[in-house]
Structure formats: C-alpha cells, structure tokens
Design a binder for this molecule. Structure first.
Ligand SMILES: [Zn+2]
Length: 107
C-alpha cells in the first residue's frame, strides 16, 4: 500500500470514528437528562453510562493513534519504529496501519 493510500484509509477511519463518537455523546446526553426523572433505575442507567464511557475511551484512543500516524506520514517518519528507528515490518503495518513499533520493540 502506498503512503497516499494509507493516509486515505486513516482519514476515512477517523471520520467514521468521529461520527460514532458524536452518536455516543448524543446518547450520553440522553442518559444524563433522564437521570433526574427516574431515580428508580439508577443502577441500570449507571451501567449504561459506564458502557458508553468505555466505548468512548476506546474510540478516543484509536483516534489518537490515527492522528499520530497521520502526523508521521506528513513528517515522513511513517513506517519507522519510534523506539529503534528501524523499518516496521510490512505485515505489522498491514494489520494495523497506526502501529509505531517494530516487532522487536513491541514485545
Ligand atoms: Zn523497533
């Protein structure tokens, strides 16, 4: 895959994640609003909220990874291990294009 293709793929994923994120925020707002009215199912609401927050956390982390990968593409350091400066294995980049460590440094 060329760098341009990687970049396109990452931007597409970023846009999708941002869309999901705004949906989660909408749902979270709904849960928040209903809190005041229904104290009876607090536990359930709490769980629901926790669920949204953990989903949000995963997405935010992924967005951060994507952001950093895009930055590395622009800086011309994409595909180079941030720890040892060696080339990252093609197969690792194929599995996760945001990876910034080579096989040796990740373990
Ligand atoms: Zn390395």
């Amino acid at each position: 895959m060329s760098l341009e293709e990687v970049k396109e793929k990452l931007i597409k994923e970023k846009e999708e994640l941002e869309l999901i994120l705004s949906e989660i925020d909408k749902e979270l707002n709904k849960v928040k609003e209903s809190d005041e009215f229904e104290a009876s199912d607090m536990a359930e609401k709490f769980e629901e909220k926790q669920d949204f927050y953990s989903k949000k956390e995963v997405i935010l982390k992924r967005l951060d990874d994507i952001q950093r990968a895009l930055k590395r593409i622009d800086e011309g350091t994409y595909g180079i291990c941030i720890k040892c400066n060696n080339k990252i294995e093609e197969v690792r980049l194929k599995i996760d294009p945001t990876t910034d460590l080579c096989r040796r440094c990740v373990s």
